[in-house]
Every structure is written in C-alpha cells, then in structure tokens.
Design a protein around this ligand. Sequence first.
Ligand code: ATP
Ligand code: MG
Length: 179
Amino acid sequence: MIDDVGGAKGLFLLFTGDGKGKTTAALGLAFRALGHGFPVCVIQFIKGAWQPGEVAAAKRFDDLLDFHVMGRGFTWKSDDLAKDIAVAREAWRFAKKTIGEGRHRLVILDELTYLISYKMIDEQDVIDTVASRPAGTHVVVTGRGASEKLMAAADLVTEMRAIKHPYKSGIKACKGIEF
Ligand code: ATP
Ligand code: MG
C-alpha cells in the first residue's frame, strides 16, 4: 500500500553512526522527493573545507530545492567558539522557522547532531520542534553520535557502520565521493 505522507504526520528519519553515507543517504532522499515534484529544503549545519558538489547541483533544482549552508566550519578547529555557538543557534532558529512554515515536504538537517553533542543547541528543543512539525512534513537528521533520546523520537533510525574506508589506506578525500 502507498502512504503519501508517512502516517499523515510525515516521518522523522535519523541517519547516524561513524560510517560513511549519512549525508549521501539524505541527499538521495532529496533527489527522490524532487522527482515527485516535492519541495525540499536542505540545511547543512557544518561547513567543511571543500565546496561540496551538492551545493552546485542544488542550483539545477532551484524551483523546488532550497539549499542552505549555515555552519562556520569545524568546531574542533575553531578560533572563536562564541562565534561558532552564535552561528549554530542562528542556523537552528532558521531551521525551526523553516519546519514551522510547512512549505517543504522534506526538510534535511545535515550534521545537526554535532550541534546537540557540543551543547550549542538544546536537544529537547530539537525533539519538540520535530514533533510539532506541520502534517505531511518529513524531517531527516544526520550526524554521528545521535543520543538514545533522539533515536527514540525518530520513526526510522539507520546506523552507518564503518567496515572499511579508503581513508585508512591513506587515500585522501575524493572529489565527487566525499564532497
Ligand atoms: P557522506 O557525506 O560521504 O555521506 P557522512 O555524512 O556519513 O559521509 P560525516 O560524519 O558527515 O559522514 O563525515 C563526512 C566526511 O567524513 C566524508 O568525507 C566521509 O567520507 C568521511 N568519513 C565518513 N566515515 C568515515 C570513516 N569511517 N573513516 C574516515 N572518514 C570517514
Ligand atoms: Mg555527513
């Protein structure tokens, strides 16, 4: 049977674990939803060292896909933690507003778990925001180290487990694969 909205409310999906594939799985869902003509919003909370391919690819879907890179950089390289926290909170406020507006069928919160683990934002606020989303909105959260509490709140949890990664054999991040 087909369920168009995922139990009327929409689904909360969580991709966690320390293996590769969390962000790519989320982007795969975006691609799938766009194919059905569903409006999608992607918010990336951590800005990496490279310009990821998905940022440029998103421009090709600009009628349906809103793509925001909101992070300041990797926190463990931070030169100004207070600034990181302010940027993270502002990004989360934006995400909350986006979810609340209900314009998108799919909202992807990429690497959101790090903001929670670094205590930059409140986990309960995340859970409450997702729980009170407008009907028919799917929310995807990605990132390592999701808590038991966040996992309990989700409808679907997939843990990516690292069996093997080329990084371990000294192969550096590869364009089109890592970013
Ligand atoms: P991707 O964006 O490729 O789907 P991810 O979202 O699952 O990866 P993150 O934790 O966000 O993984 O880390 C992003 C980067 O770290 C990617 O370049 C990815 O290839 C790399 N990475 C992921 N898992 C591992 C691992 N087990 N060992 C080394 N590097 C990894
Ligand atoms: Mg990721």
